[in-house]
Design a protein around this ligand. Sequence first.
Ligand SMILES: O=C(O)CCC(=O)C(=O)O
Length: 319
Amino acid sequence: MASAMKATPQSVEANWQQIATRGYSAQPFLDPPEVEALKRLYDTTVPEVPSPFFLSVFMATDVRRTILQGFCSILNQKLAVLAPGFRIVGASFAVKKSGSVNGRLGLHQDCSLVDYDKHMGLNIWVPLCDVDSNNGCLRVAPYTQRLNFVGFLPPVASPCASFERGLGEPYLSALPMKAGDACVFDGRLFHASEENHSKQDRVAAFFNIIPADQPIRLNFRNPETPDRLDVYHANTEFILQFNPLIYPDEGQLNKVTYVESIQFQERKLSLADLAALHPKAEITESLAVTRSTEPSTSHTSSAPAFWARLLTRFRRRQQ
Ligand SMILES: O=C(O)CCC(=O)C(=O)O
């Protein structure tokens, strides 16, 4: 198993630049003891996996709470360096069963948890074993965060459904990663994963972070008013209780705070839409995981400065 490498000012800067431009960065994150702690948490909370692709967010609230608390205590120290001032608001184990059939996850976007015109929300995917194209590594569609699509619940068919099967570079990049590496991506980025052809289940820790002083912002699409999104502020307890696949009932809506109703128009995408997002000069850029060669003892303290610059760049793009 790989151990996290020491972050250098150059590698930290490169990682945040990648997130600000192409929407994601794959980087060393956890050391072996933290990977082992996550594996133990997985073994004690997910006794059986009922489907070829499984997310623990569909388990009972108590189990989801144990998983969220476990992620926080195992990850918070490393997270304070990776993304200072952010908090974990959603936590799940994402499992692709060994020899999976029908476990493929098509190109999609997750639900938004912030107002991206004002704040940054990030998803972090950390495999607990080495991953590559054979066992269902994460695939990302570079630059798709630039579409600035709002992710809403309950989810509908992907806007890319008509063309995304078999898509490859440069529009969909498979990310081989070592156990404990992190793919940190803009919450608006489209991503996917294929089947696990290996003999072992592929387990990943998958979590969402938002600025610590911000409420969780959820966009619900009522099937009766599909041209609008109802925006609510929620707390983590609500996240632990609700079913993301179902429009919340009256009782559940009483537990969140109504913010506003915004206009919404569903859009389908084409390959040409994806191609238009790619800066020509950047298409040939290497998409390999950035890793330095020094073993980990401590992390650089320069992350906050880069983080501030990332946010500045991010906000400038929104204007
Ligand atoms: O774990 C995976 O294969 C991908 C998970 C994912 O994309 C998701 O749950 O949104």
